[in-house]
Design a protein around this ligand. Structure first.
Ligand code: UD1
Ligand code: CA
Length: 501
């Protein structure tokens, strides 16, 4: 096995991004640009990966180390050119043998397969240098591949140093180059900076190889997007859109129904099973996983979430949440980190959850906030319930047992425990524990002041309506009203005021 050293150049400034974030850390499809490149080179199983950092290295270094903990870093304090950058990498390694592959940190669509094909060509031909080239309609700005009469590569000429005739060449240098390591180490010591930019050009190695009688090859990449770098935000968006198109197409080929690919965004690290359906306006971000037969959308954003088989997630915003098999979420639900919804459970409209374990078949159907909570299987939480988890200083947990039925418009003042099979009445404020099977009621009896509207709102439509209705209903004593119109059903043993659905 010959050694393979991969050098990733990530020292440049990226001024056209006009950003406080270094260029290679800008993201497409949920990963930094350099993250995409490192993923592609790692798939080659190289002996080592050396990332050259310089500009804003206090930000780039920790990012790269996080992605590739056993990778090496080389510092290029001043950006004196691509040959100088590669020299810093080779010096950081000490001695290199075998093959050195040079790539740039800003080509997010680069695929391992294309690099492997380049390395295979390189090894088979015994070249000193093999170039991943590209044939493009607008070669402006790129180094041009100058081929000799036999088709072999004679040199790469940079835009600023090219003759008019050379500028018309449409085969360009992607910057991705495979080198015989021994040749490279020698060439790096001989490359000068006598050119239009006053930089040490790595591309000068080609002419040196030819002068030394070595062969140089170039292999045009099949898909020019793979070698394209993003230098500004417009190019970043264009590459992001193209990468997304590829990711979405890939999932459709794997059996995912995507109703509107143009409004569907799937990050590189998301995973989908066959027979998932994505409706228009869905973003599956980060390491989101969606299991078979689940339906997501329309208009939902899920970041680092798990969606179980057959679940339905409609108009939902969720992050670091787990949605069980066959569960229902939305519309207009907000699932914050630590939400775990059991199989067949429900989080309904205008419900916000955080750090909440909601058991199998348990339901929070309407208009509620569920924070720092445990809800047992089969329990139903009434409409408009607030889990009051914050006392102004610290957060506390609420535990609701299995098969409990809590009333509408409740407040659970944490820490509090509601037992298995317990009930609460409508409007209950639960400030203490409720034992299993108990009915908790905290609202007082309904108080009626008869004829109030007619007296206090005399002359209004309200008073007239009241007057007309009380005539129709006929005379009743206040006592009768209290018994028959009582809207606090919790005083009886029957209804708990829950809103089930
Ligand atoms: C380079 C190539 C050119 C090729 C083009 C493809 C050279 C001399 N030219 O030109 O043939 O067509 O890329 O995009 O190699 N970098 C460093 N340290 C430096 C200089 C650059 O790390 O001192 C990094 C940059 O961050 C960037 C990459 O190397 O990622 C390319 O550098 P850049 O200056 O953009 O080279 P180009 O002029 O585009
Ligand atoms: Ca460039």
């Amino acid at each position: 096995m010959t050694e393979l050293t991969v050098v990733v150049l990530a020292a440049g400034g990226g001024t056209r991004m006009k950003s406080k974030t270094p260029k290679v850390l800008h993201e497409v499809a949920g990963r930094s640009m350099v993250g995409h490149v490192l993923a592609a080179v790692r798939a080659l199983g190289p002996t080592r990966v050396v990332t050259v950092v310089g500009h804003q290295r206090e930000l780039v270094e920790p990012h790269v180390s996080g992605l590739l903990p056993d990778g090496l870093l080389a510092v290029q304090a001043e950006q004196l050119g691509t040959a100088h950058a590669v020299r810093m990498a080779v010096e950081a390694v000490g001695e290199v043998t075998g093959t050195v592959l040079v790539a740039y940190g800003d080509t997010p669509l680069l695929r391992a397969e294309s690099l492997r094909a380049l390395l295979d060509d390189h090894a088979a031909a015994g070249n000193a240098v093999t170039i991943l080239s590209g044939v493009v309609s607008d070669p402006f700005g790129y180094g041009r591949i100058v081929r000799g009469g036999d088709g072999g590569v004679e040199a790469i000429v940079e835009e600023k140093d090219a003759t008019d005739e050379q500028r018309s060449i449409t085969e360009i240098n992607s910057g991705i180059l495979a080198f015989d390591a021994t040749f490279l180490a020698d060439a790096l010591g001989r490359i000068g900076n006598d050119n239009a930019k006053g930089e040490f050009y790595l591309t000068d190695a080609i002419a040196l190889a030819r002068a030394g009688g070595r062969h140089v090859g170039a292999r045009p990449v099949e898909d020019p997007f793979e070698i394209e770098g993003a230098n500004d935000r417009a190019q970043l968006a264009a590459l992001g859109k193209e990468l997304n198109r590829r990711i979405v197409t890939g999932w459709m080929r794997d059996g995912v129904t995507v109703v509107d690919p143009a409004t569907t965004w799937i990050d590189a690290d998301a995973e989908l099973a066959a027979d998932v359906t994505l409706l228009p306006g869905v973003q599956l971000l980060g390491a989101t996983k969606v299991d078979e037969d689940a339906v997501v959308g329309p208009d939902s954003t899920l970041k680092d979430c798990e969606v179980g088989a057959g679940a339905h997630v409609v108009r939902t915003h969720a992050e670091l949440a787990v949605i069980g098999a066959g569960a229902e979420v939305g519309p207009f639900s907000y699932l914050r980190p630590g939400t775990v919804l059991g199989a067949g459970g429900k989080i309904g409209g205008f419900v916000e959850t955080k750090n909440a374990r909601i058991g199998d078949g348990a339901k929070v159907p309407h208009l509620s906030y569920v924070g720092d909570a445990e809800i047992g299987e089969g329990t139903n939480i009434g409409a408009g319930t607030i889990f009051a988890n914050y006392d102004g200083v610290a957060k506390h947990r609420t535990r609701v047992g299995k098969h409990a039925k809590t009333g509408s418009n409740n407040t659970f003042v944490a820490p509090v425990t509601i037992g298995d099979g317990a009930s609460t009445g409508g409007g209950t404020v639960v400030r203490g524990d409720v034992p299993p099977g108990a009915l908790a009621v905290s609202a007082g009896p309904l108080r009626l002041i008869e004829g109030w509207a007619q007296r206090r709102r005399a002359g209004t439509k309200q008073a007239a309506a009241a007057e007309a209705a009380s005539g129709a209903v006929g005379a009743r004593t206040p006592g009768e009203h209290e018994a028959s119109h009582n809207d606090s059903p919790e005083v009886g043993e029957s209804a708990a005021g829950a809103s089930e659905s």
